[in-house]
Write a protein that binds this ligand. Structure first.
Ligand SMILES: Cc1ncc(COP(=O)(O)O)c(C=O)c1O
Length: 172
């Protein structure tokens, strides 16, 4: 057999590894059959060197594109200052600065009464936080959602979502 015929694309190698090792209980899709090697702004390059425009560029919660220079500079500064990278529920100067800047960006009347709850970084985490907030505030237990809506990939947000395909494997 020739060398060309035996060569396996790098994309294929990563995709086969992903298919073999990742659980069927995952609810994120695998519709785009590439492995990404590099990314900058709206561009990504796959493992075989092919370039694409990433129309999501970080999607809803991190729609900054890939490796945005301002984000990279903030990460470098954080590392150079030896700031803690994980503190669980303990507060830090970085967290305090984030809260200050967020509240300063709100309408003052709203900011005076506003509270903040930290959750994970995804849209699904935000919806989870909203579910906890309304249950805490109202003492009620039921939530309704619109047919066909999509709210995330965590268990609670999937139960609110109308898109059945993603949750077909774990419906009771
Ligand atoms: C309306 C809505 N809610 C929640 C989510 C979940 O966000 P994430 O995928 O960041 O968890 C999405 C994501 O597309 C969304 O469009």
């Amino acid at each position: 057999m020739s060398k060309a015929a035996t060569a396996i694309s790098q994309n294929t190698r990563y995709l086969e590894s992903q298919a073999a090792r990742e659980s069927n209980a995952r609810s994120y899709p695998r519709r785009i059959p590439i492995a990404i090697a590099e990314a900058e702004g709206i561009y990504v390059k796959d493992m075989d060197g092919k370039n694409y425009i990433d129309c999501l560029a970080g999607a809803g919660t991190l729609a900054l594109g890939h490796n945005h220079p301002v984000v990279l500079e903030a990460i470098r500064e954080l590392l150079d200052q030896k700031r803690p990278l994980h503190t669980l529920d303990l507060t830090t100067p970085v967290k305090e600065q984030f809260v200050e800047e967020l509240f300063a960006s709100l309408p003052p009347e709203f900011a005076r009464q506003a509270k903040i709850q930290f959750c994970g970084p995804t849209g699904g985490d935000a919806v989870e936080a909203a579910i906890k907030l309304v249950k805490t505030a109202t003492g009620r237990r039921s939530i309704f959602s619109f047919q066909g809506g999509y709210h995330g990939s965590t268990h609670a947000t999937m139960s609110l979502s109308g898109t059945l395909g993603k949750k077909s494997g774990c419906r009771g």
